[in-house]
Structures are given as structure tokens and as C-alpha cells.
Design a protein. Sequence first.
Length: 331
Amino acid sequence: MLRLILLLLLTPLPAEFCNPDDKSALLAVKNSFPNADNIFSSWTDDFHCCDWYGIECDETTNNVISLAILRTDKIIGTIPPAISKLKHLQTLYLFKLPNLVGEIPQEMGEMVTLRSVDISWTNVSGPVPRFLSKLTNLLDLDLSFNRLSGSIPPYLATLPRLRILDLSRNQLVGPIPDSFGQFASKNQEFSALHLSHNKLSGELPPSLKNMNITSVDLSRNNLSGDGSVLFGDTKVNYALVISRNMFEFDFPRVRFPKMLETLDVSHNRIYGSIPAQITAAERLQRLNLTYNRLCGKIPTQWNLVLRVENFDNTSYFHNRCLCGVPLDPCK
Ligand SMILES: *[C@@H]1O[C@H](CO)[C@@H](O)[C@H](O)[C@H]1NC(C)=O
Ligand SMILES: *[C@@H]1O[C@H](CO)[C@@H](O)[C@H](O)[C@H]1NC(C)=O
Ligand SMILES: *[C@@H]1O[C@H](CO)[C@@H](O)[C@H](O)[C@H]1NC(C)=O
Ligand SMILES: *[C@@H]1O[C@H](CO)[C@@H](O)[C@H](O)[C@H]1NC(C)=O
Ligand SMILES: *[C@@H]1O[C@H](CO)[C@@H](O)[C@H](O)[C@H]1NC(C)=O
């Protein structure tokens, strides 16, 4: 009993739990969204700020390391520059906020402690800021499903620890920067590049042949050139999705990664026959070669480990002259 009373007496008051600078930064964030009382109802002096909804603190320092504001249309306005006063923030999660608008503020370039940034499913617009390349601790950057425009800053490829870059579902234009080939040589951890559903154009930089990552999605752009550089039999790809572009290359030159589970190259201008080596990708579950200019006999020696059936005609139709099972017999 005495121990319990002592413990209670020794327990610090809530106010002492919370880094005061972080608390005032959070209050400035709260004050910039006056319509969002319901989101911030716990953000009062009744609780110390580490217990506020959406906040996570470091257990030893009580610094705020994570801020998440999710799924509400009551957040109306721009990302408050005061967010950059959170000097220890590692995770920023602004997700499904349809009324979050305007540009990503310049001040975010100072937030060098950030490891994970997810600003997705919002109406944030303007460019993908070049200053993001100053956030050298970033591991994950997800800016998908926004209204970002302009071109992809080449400097993103200098981020030394980046693992995942997702800029899909924006309005980005211009080419994939040549520097993106460096992600491979400089950063062994880089594993996913998702740029689908933009308006990217131009030739795929040949430097991307160095890219050896688990997931690539470039679908629904207007990219052209030699998409074969993305393939290679010693690469670690699980997913390669380049559908609905203008890629034009000789399919027989392609060597398929053994790990491949998803391959979608539909709606391009790929020509030649399907190389028999494709059957080395024995973990393949999804295959889409439709709407290309392929010709010749479809390989049949599949030994698929993750699929019970071979691929049906919906993997192959609308090509120049593919033949054999599951399409019409070759003449
Ligand atoms: C952006 O705003 C429009 C119009 O208010 C809305 O229909 C759309 O859902 C918003 N986008 C996102 C990703 O929330
Ligand atoms: C796509 O790129 C080609 C050039 O490679 C261009 O002729 C065409 O207009 C572009 N289409 C769109 C929809 O931007
Ligand atoms: C890709 O990475 C794997 C595993 O790290 C390695 O074994 C392979 O040689 C690499 N392939 C290429 C083409 O870089
Ligand atoms: C695909 O095969 C199904 C039967 O398995 C057939 O009904 C259909 O017409 C075929 N479609 C094409 C485009 O060959
Ligand atoms: C391949 O893509 C085409 C066109 O988008 C689609 O109609 C077809 O169902 C897809 N097939 C598979 C196996 O995903």
C-alpha cells in the first residue's frame, strides 16, 4: 500500500510528460484547422500531448515522433508550416484528407528527422518539392493520390536510405530522371518505385537497367523507349507493371526474374515472340501480355508453384499473331 502511494506521488504530472516545444507546435497545427474540433477533441490540457489522438512519443525522451491525421473532411486548408517545429518527428501521416489543399510547405525541408512521410489521398497540389531531397533519413515517401504537377525532381535519387517512392496518381509530366538509375548503386535498400497514373512521357532512361528492386509500377503514363532494361534474370522483381504506355521493344531479348509474381505489360508496342525462358518465372500468378504486337507460339512448359492453372486467353489476346494453347492452334 505504501509503495502504491509512493508510486502515485512520484508519478509526474501530465504537463511534465510532454516536450513543451512539441506541444506548442501541435497547438499551432490544431489552431490552423478551426473546423476540425472533433479530430482534436483530446488535444487539450486535460491530457499530456503524448496521449493526444494521433500522436506518438518516444518512450524515454517524450519527444513527439509521430503525427497522424486521417480520414476526415474537416481538415480544411493547407499543411501548416508550424508542423516543421516538431523537431523530432519521424513519421508524418496525412491520409484521406480531401480538403487538404495547397503546396507542401517549404519549411518541411527542415524536418531532417523524418523517416516516413505519407501525404496521400488529399488535394495537395503544386510540385513534388525539390527540398524533399534534404530529408536524408527518409525511408518511405508516399505522395500518391494527390494533385501534384510538374516533373519528378532528379535529386530524389540522392536520398541515401529511401526504400519506397510512391508518386502514383498525380498529374506529373516529363521523363523519369536519368538519376533514378543511381538508386540501385548508391542505395541497396531501395525496393519500390511506383509512378503509375501520371502523365509521364519520354524515353525510359537506359540507366534504369541498374535498378534491381522488388516492385516497379510505371503503368498508365505515356512513356516510350526500351522497357526491356527493367528486366533481367538475376533481378529481384516480384512485380513489374508497365501497362498502358508506348514502350516498344523486342520481347525475345527479355530475361525474366525468377521471383516474378506479377507481370503486366499490356497496351504497349512490344514485338517478337514470347521467350521460352518466361517459364522460369515459376511463381508467376498474374500475367498480362494483351494489346501488344507479339507473334509466334505461346510457351507451354509452365511449372507454376503458386497457381493451379495455366494462364487463359485473357493473358494473351489482342496481339499480332500469337498462337497455340490457350489461343488458336499455330498454322
Ligand atoms: C479533391 O477534391 C475533389 C473536389 O472537392 C473531391 O471530389 C476529391 O475526392 C478530392 N480528392 C481526394 C483524393 O480526396
Ligand atoms: C505521348 O507521347 C507521344 C510521343 O512519344 C506523343 O506523340 C503523344 O501526343 C503523347 N500522348 C499524350 C496523350 O500525351
Ligand atoms: C539483384 O540483386 C540480387 C540480390 O541482391 C543479386 O543477387 C543480383 O545479382 C542482382 N542483379 C542485378 C542485375 O543487379
Ligand atoms: C477465351 O476463351 C473463352 C473460353 O475459354 C472463349 O469463350 C472466348 O471467346 C475466348 N476469347 C478470346 C478473345 O479468344
Ligand atoms: C489484361 O488486360 C486487358 C486489358 O486491360 C484485360 O481486358 C484483361 O482482362 C487482362 N487480363 C488479365 C489476365 O489480367
